[in-house]
Design a protein around this ligand. Structure first.
Ligand code: ZN
Length: 136
């Protein structure tokens, strides 16, 4: 139980298909399945490199997406860092007891059946941190 490793780096983009094409052409990364996560108003696509490390491109799904707001305010670019965890509820509880705030109180639905939770960036020097528990 606990924190396992860095799972991926999330990058906010406006146009998912165009960005995927660019990353694929430039870095020969393997593109995983594009997934729409309506609950969070995003479309995500993982890009996998030879050693298994992953960059996740994230694009807004519709104009009231929180990510649309992020891009309008700050532009495209690095959006979040994702750590893989075991027992996400316990990890959240432990961090909450240390005064860490989350954007939502409960884990949300992530890509590929994962459960995710975002630590509020104010707690971490402006870094939006995603905790991710993979589907078992
Ligand atoms: Zn992510």
């Amino acid at each position: 139980m606990g924190i396992k490793r860095i799972d991926h780096l999330g990058i906010a983009v406006k146009d998912l298909e165009a960005s995927l094409k660019k990353w694929q052409e430039l870095f020969a990364a393997k593109v995983g399945a594009i997934e729409e996560i309506r609950e969070r108003g995003v479309k995500v696509a993982p890009l996998e490199f030879e050693d298994g490390s992953v960059v996740e491109l994230v694009a807004p799904l519709g104009e009231d997406s929180p990510l649309e707001k992020f891009i309008n305010e700050r532009g495209e670019g690095i959006h979040h860092l994702s750590l893989e965890v075991d027992g996400i509820e316990e990890v959240m509880e432990r961090l909450k007891n240390k005064g860490i705030r989350f954007i939502q109180e409960e884990p949300q639905k992530g890509a590929e059946g994962s459960k995710i939770a975002f630590v509020h960036p104010r707690n971490l020097g402006g870094v939006l941190l995603e905790l991710k528990e993979k589907q078992k």
